[in-house]
Design a protein. Structure first.
Length: 155
């Protein structure tokens, strides 16, 4: 049987440049929050630059931060997002980020061990924005169970 892991993309529109006074407190805590994520049960991988800088991943331009990661399952991601020190920053997000008109977070299942590309993540976000939650791309509220699919005979 093929097993699946949960990929997620979260995009945020910054209220200023990452090195601006408006973003200083947030920027000072990026490494710490990433460390909490990486030590969380169920964390598997996150996209980052060659210099180990997650904040350097700018899918939608200089004014937008993006976080692409893979987790064991929905519960593991939820525990990190809402049950760790990350939740304190989530509650304060309006201090650093503007409201986005469309969906800014998308989840989808990937075959265990496969790491999604930035292009795939953008495609999933656009799918969610265009079609709402489906089995292909979904939100926390509409997260389906991981697919159950037999592995190919030659696997």
């Amino acid at each position: 049987m093929a097993t699946y892991e949960l990929a997620q993309l979260n995009v945020a529109s910054m209220r200023g440049a990452l090195d601006s006074p408006a973003m200083a407190e947030f920027a000072a805590n990026i490494a710490g929050i990433n460390a909490i994520a990486e030590s969380s049960p169920g964390f598997l991988w996150r996209s980052q630059s060659a210099e180990d800088d997650a904040a350097a991943v700018r899918i939608f331009g200089a004014g937008t931060l993006a976080n692409l990661s893979v987790w064991r399952d929905v519960q593991a991601l939820s525990d990190f997002v809402y049950g760790s020190a990350h939740a304190d920053f989530l509650r304060r997000r309006r201090e650093w980020f503007g409201r986005m008109a469309e969906a800014h977070m998308v989840l989808w299942w990937v075959i265990a061990g496969r790491r999604p590309s930035v292009e795939e993540a953008v495609t999933k976000l656009r799918h969610l924005q265009a079609h709402g939650s489906t089995a292909e791309a979904f939100s926390f509220r509409a997260a389906p169970h991981a697919p159950v699919k037999a592995a190919p005979l030659d696997a």
